[in-house]
Design a protein around this ligand. Sequence first.
Ligand SMILES: [Zn+2]
Length: 472
Amino acid sequence: MRYAIMMKLQFLGAARNVTGSRHLLQANGAKLLVDCGLYQERQFRARNWEPFTVDPGSIDAVLLTHAHLDHCGLLPKLVKDGFRGKIYCTAATAEIAQIILLDSAKIQAEDARYKAKRHKKERRKGRFPVRPLYTVADAEACFPHFSSVRYKQPIQIGKGIEVSFHDAGHVLGSSIIKVKANANGQQRTILFSGDIGRPRRPIVHDPALIAEADYILVESTYGDRVHQGPTDTKKMIADVINSTKEAGGNIIVPSFALERAQELLYYINELLLADAIPHLKVFLDSPMAARITKVFQKHRELFDEDMTEFVEHNESPFKFPGLNMVGTSDQSKALNHMKGTIMVIAGSGMCTGGRVKHHLVNNIANPRNTIMFVGYQAVGTLGRRIVDGEKEVRILGQKYRIKARVVRINGFSAHADRDELFKWLGALERPPRKVFVVHGESESAQRFGDYINEKTGWPVVVPAYQDEIVLD
Ligand SMILES: [Zn+2]
């Protein structure tokens, strides 16, 4: 009799919540961890400190979908706790993840120092240890484990496991991962969607369509929503720039360092070339965004057709007259004294930290200025309070009246909505054996699961944290 090895899937994160993506696949006698992300929702953050459910030393390889912190942010801890294998991902993902992990280690060290000081002052203990989850040295120690793969070129891992990466169109280098392995002697294909991008986004390709899968893990960040109809993002940005210039004010743009900052630079460049906006000084005040932009410039092979054409006719999509990369914090502070209209693009994207807070302090109380939001603002963040129209906010310990104009630019989402996700699933040529809905808040995941099941009759599961399911 042939020895049959069971195939099992365990959900260790992003199960009925959005962040902390971690899925453990056991097949052909090997253990593969797909993503090793950080929990970012306040109510789940304690899980970052718990020991891994499975001994990291027993994991054969990590497959990494993309460089967002909620997918890669716990890799340094995994290596520190004994992981010895390779971390497979695209070259762009490896390069961006390293920038993001170093930044994460630095922020954790700062936070730990600040918390220790506060707890001492208040004579109390917090919910988490005051030490950082990992240090800069821990982050650096995981870099040699990265091993880059190309889209659509299968690699072999262990005995008879075939893995291939496909463009997810979410951020530069992002992947959908296809794994072929055996379950009780039968070959099965398991598809990990990672985060799925929207069609017709600038810079990156549309998500790759996959025709074949027995099991699918599909994200559901916007699984219960449909994005607003087509919005002319570029025209909205032009209107903000023109009207603020006319008013003689500044434009402050809180932005994420990965993808959003590069999309903004690309749009502004196009508007300048089309003579749709006047020349103005634009400051990218985020050393991390500047480093990531360099990775974009290096990986032109990942650009979509429009972007490739743009690059053929122009030097770089991320360079134009008037653009300055701000280095030190002194240079950042000097922006307060600039004359004439300037645009400052700075992190963090939801105004929870970083240099954007100082720019808000200096600009939010002046009605001539505009605060331009280009990204999602989570409940409870400073960005959300400003967008929701509060009259007064507290920034860096001081209260400020919001008198600047607040504008929200739609159309920037990097996640497919319900209809786009469903259309992506529709590329399958035969019904899958099961669909697992992950990476969405409980309600969003459940509703998307019900939607798929109603429309197709496919069996759908919305797994809970640590659920283990045998695949047959
Ligand atoms: Zn993502």
